[in-house]
Design a protein around this ligand. Structure first.
Ligand code: 6R9
Length: 559
């Protein structure tokens, strides 16, 4: 295993961690108002604090789309958030209410979230591409009363099926029958009272879709700010001169935590790109805004890789200094590609909606082992447990667990105490992620798959990720999803679904070559007995994770 040395790092994390008293979360950022008053507000820490600290003229948001470009200073952001907060308050929104937000990637989405949070409401950002049913399920589940959306999105809001919904705001200037929050905000004062809340009061709700049943509402409390601030500093390595871009929409937890809160808590300039993915558009955003820190996901990196190095070479990306990834296993091949084309390693990070912030990461100050998500960050302890909840030996496969609790851990699963408890099957001490992993002698953790994705072939346990990563090393393969296909003799066989890079064509010869490529590089039992070429792999809508479950279903239904 090749180890990549650390490249840089603004903060001496190891020193901060071990110096004086051992690190405890209580030590973080004593300036949060909580330390003086016992009360907090996320919006205050994200916006007002910086204006009060004399940083009002700094650019907070930098919006770039095909059609236009806009910037908002921290002061402008504060005025707008305050005016919107006043409208919401006047229109009846109170502390503890849910305010759903269904908007495209645009500063209005940030402003809506911050305004609702400022007056003590909990926000429910909805993914921009959701269709009616997804919108309905979420608002219905927690009897949402308020929604901020836009005219363009209204046709995907089934108002008649949502009896709880009292008020729908639109961000357009005038739409018959709806309250224009932007027009009303123009009439409002640009000052607004902050609703001071407790650390345990709700700040947002995100729905996660498990493998069964309807999505579950995960609620976080304002205390997440402690860890979101600190991981923004230690893991994203943010400093005030950074121009930072998180490519996720706030409807995915990554877009809320690391697209809205963490960068604003750290006082940086946040880039918002409106529009769809294309390699050209993304590189253009980075060139134009001189992005220095960039947080994205493996699926996007693989797409950029497929677009080829010549596309990349047309842009000046010399401002880039730190790249991070989340959401899916980061194939070593992708790390190597990034080093070739950007001259930088991609730093993997691991966390979940339920965990509220990063827990395992490759800190910029540490060595990277490609294929590993890194080590637990300071203040976090992880373990790999067996079926009885005991730690397995080094290198053995087991269930990834985190010692509870940590500041950003979810507060509750909405109206589902039983579901909440299911994350703690061995008692309160260990939170179980539902992921399988191994840990090496240095404490580096290697993701192997979701518990449901493990393949058992002739008694051998095979993690899909290893096989996928090996396939990606072959120049022909663009993406790979590996599953267990039921087999009478072996229990399951390894089946790979792949997409090909566009210079390759499917042939029996190529598939045979891929099989022996995995066999030589990994192990005979891991080599896929079947390989099927698809035009594209099924992925989750919000975060672009490869849906192995769908691939598996596809395989058990003939035709
Ligand atoms: C932030 C986010 C959580 C699940 C998680 C795991 C997978 C996340 C990963 C990763 C491998 C990483 N996951 N980060 N797998 N390497 N670095 O993604 O939240 O959408 O709730 O998904 O994503 O399986 O359990 P969420």
């Amino acid at each position: 295993m090749s180890i990549l040395p650390p490249l840089h790092g603004t903060y001496n994390v190891e020193k901060e961690w071990h110096e004086g008293e051992p690190f405890r979360w209580e030590r973080v950022h004593p300036e949060f108002t909580w330390y003086e008053t016992g009360k907090v507000n996320m919006t205050y820490e994200c916006v007002d604090r910086h204006v009060n600290d004399g940083k009002g003229e700094k650019t907070a948001l930098w919006y770039i789309s095909d059609a236009k470009e806009e910037t908002w200073t921290y002061r402008e952001l504060q005025s707008e958030v305050n005016a919107w907060a006043n409208v919401l308050r006047k229109r009846g929104v109170q502390k503890g209410d849910f305010v759903f937000i269904f908007l495209p990637k645009h500063p209005y989405c940030h402003i809506a979230m911050l305004a609702a949070v400022k007056i003590g409401a909990a926000v429910g950002p909805l993914f921009e591409a959701f269709m009616e049913e997804a919108v309905k399920d979420r608002i219905y589940d927690c009897d949402g009363e308020y929604l901020i959306t836009s005219e363009e999105f209204l046709e995907r809001v089934p108002e008649k099926e949502l009896p709880s919904l009292k008020t729908v705001f639109v961000t357009d200037k005038h739409v018959d029958g709806y309250i224009s929050i932007t027009s009303e905000a123009e009439e409002e004062s640009t000052e607004s009272e902050t609703e001071w809340v407790d650390l345990d009061d709700g700040v947002n709700i995100h729905y996660t879709s498990g493998s069964t049943g309807k999505p579950k509402g995960i609620i976080h409390a304002h205390r997440v700010m402690i860890q979101q601030y600190q991981t923004g500093r230690w893991v994203l390595d943010l400093k005030e001169t950074d121009v930072y871009w998180c490519t996720a929409h706030p409807g995915w937890v990554t877009g809320t935590v690391y697209g809205v809160f963490a960068p604003l808590l750290n006082g940086v300039t946040t880039v918002i790109h409106g529009g769809r993915f294309s390699a050209e558009a993304w590189y253009e955003v980075m060139e134009k805004a001189k992005v220095s820190v960039w947080y994205s996901a493996p699926t996007a990196f693989r797409m950029l890789k497929a677009a080829g190095e010549n596309t990349r070479k047309r842009y000046d990306l010399s401002s880039l200094r730190h790249i991070l990834s989340v959401g899916e296993p980061l194939n070593p091949e992708v790390i190597h590609w990034a080093f070739e084309v950007f001259g930088l390693r991609i730093h993997d990070t691991w966390w979940m909606t339920e965990t509220g912030a990063q827990l395992i990461a490759n800190l910029p100050t540490r060595d990277i082992k490609p294929g590993s998500m890194g080590r637990p960050i300071p203040g976090v302890q992880a373990a790999v447990l067996d079926e009885e909840g005991k730690e397995v030996a080094t290198g053995e496969l087991g269930h990834l667990a985190i010692r509870a609790d940590w500041p950003a851990l979810m507060k509750e699963v909405w109206k589902n105490e039983e579901k909440y408890r299911s994350y703690f099957p061995y008692g309160k001490e260990w939170y179980l992620a539902g992921d399988l992993a191994t840990m090496d002698e240095d404490g580096y953790i290697f993701f192997q798959g979701r518990s449901d994705d493990m393949i058992n072939s002739s008694g051998e346990r095979i993690g899909p990720f290893e096989v996928e990563s090996k396939l990606l090393e072959h120049g022909a393969v663009q993406e790979a999803g590996v599953v267990g296909k039921p087999d009478e003799i072996r229990g399951e066989i390894v089946k790979a679904f792949i997409t090909l890079n566009n210079t390759y064509e499917e042939s029996a010869y190529l598939l045979e070559e891929l099989r022996s490529f995995v066999k030589r590089g990994l192990a005979a039992h891991a080599a896929p007995r079947e390989i099927e070429v698809l035009d594209e792999l099924p992925k989750t809508q919000i975060s672009g994770k490869i849906l192995r479950r769908k691939l598996k279903e596809r395989d058990s239904t003939p035709g």
